[in-house]
Design a protein around this ligand. Sequence first.
Ligand code: SF4
Length: 171
Amino acid sequence: MGEAEKNLKKQIERASLLDARLGAVCIEDPALGGLIRELCRQVRRTDSLMLSSGVAAACAGCAKTRGSCCFREMGESYGFLQLFVNRLLGAELPPKSDFSGSCFFVGEKGCRLKVRHSFCLNYFCPDLTTTLGDETLLDIQRQVGKQLLAGWELERALSRFFTSHSIPEHL
Ligand code: SF4
C-alpha cells in the first residue's frame, strides 16, 4: 500500500471516530444542524439534476465499458473533514477499494460518497460536454455552485466548532 493510500485510510479512520463521538452532537446542534440540512437539500438537487440530465447514466455506462474517469489520486485527496461531512449525511466509508487503480470511493454502483469535491462535480468529459449542450451544463454548474457553497459553510462552521470545543488533533 502506498503512502497516499495509507494517509487516506487514516483520514477515513479519523472521520469515523469523529462521527462516533460527535456526529449526533453536531446534528442536534441548532446552527450546525441547519447547515447539515441545507447541504443535504443541495446534494439532493444536484443528484436529481445529474440523473434527469443523463449525466449519471452516461458515467455508469462508461464505467461498465471503457472504465470510469474516477482516478486514484482524486480519492486520495479527500481529508477527514470532508469525509466526516459525508458521514454526517449518511455516507458509508468503505474499508477497502473495490477497483485497484481507480478512486478509492468508486463502487459497483458508482461513487459511494454523498458530498464530493468540486472537481468530481465539475468535470465533464468531452463526449458528455457535447451531449449535454451549453444550457444544461450551465444549469448543472449553477446548482453545483450552490452545493459547494453550502458545503463550504458547513466545513467552516465545523472547524470553528472543533476549535471552540478543543477537539484534539488526534481525534
Ligand atoms: S466522483 Fe466519487 S468515485 Fe469519482 S473520483 Fe470523485 S470521489 Fe472518487
